[in-house]
Design a protein around this ligand. Sequence first.
Ligand SMILES: [Zn+2]
Length: 309
Amino acid sequence: MPELPEVTTTVAGLNKVLPKLTIQDVWTDYYLRTKNKRQNTIKNKKYFAYFKKEVVGEKVLLAERRGKNILIHLSDGKTILIHMKMTGHLLYGKYSKLKVKSQKSKVAEKWVAAEKGLLQEPFNKFIHLVFTLSNGKHLAFSDMRKFAKVMLFETNRRDEITDLSILGPEPLDNLSLKTFKKQLLTKPNSKIKTVLMDQTIVAGIGNIYSDEILWLAGVHPERKINSLENEEMKKILKKMKKILKVGIKMGGDSMSDYRNIHGEKGQFQKTHKAYRRTKEKCLKKECLGVIQRKVIGGRSAHFCNKHQK
Ligand SMILES: [Zn+2]
């Protein structure tokens, strides 16, 4: 799932191309073959009709990241919220709509990248949402597993949007040790790996970066919060800021589906010290440990069996 560095990369890309463009049309097939149709997202056909009516004709002002959410602010005081979830990522380029025969020989619509290149690569081909822009290009959303969430809200009522209001502080917005400690200590009996991924404690961290932060901090993922020394919390915070900045600098992590808006891979996966290195030798200098994998709180944690204590 895209985490803070990947969402940051996407948002930075969007801000280079979207501002001042007008949304001329919007298309989706999210509401087809989707079970949960009652929610207020574009997976609900009625909601999508409302969404389309509101966004078509509006200018894009600016994109913003909050936690793992992409916020695209529009000129009419509305904001589009996109949570990419497991496999979603936004792509920018020229697309064309094709009519294809689906399984029951019904005619279905399908969007494909119109120009040869990365946008035509397999991971970028699961297009389920397309915004047609006033410069003749498109903002398309590839989402193999269709888990993403897309909705609209009134910009000045963002405090009422649960997806945003539940979020903890941003790790890279001058998060102080005092605030970080206070946040951690709201879950004294939980394990540090689980707490780092809890969006209400700090926003934006998921499975990959939490593994890398704890490896770098030398802290075992199963340590309970109330067992952590002040120095350990300080180290976790420091390494968290460091590793997230590295992730942004490398354009995010593309071990799985994530791609930037041009369909390009990020490079953070090349620097992994723990994540998905099960049974490999620890890369810490002079450490004789081996990377272990263990399910903690329903998620796979990867850690060194020697230096992470
Ligand atoms: Zn080690």
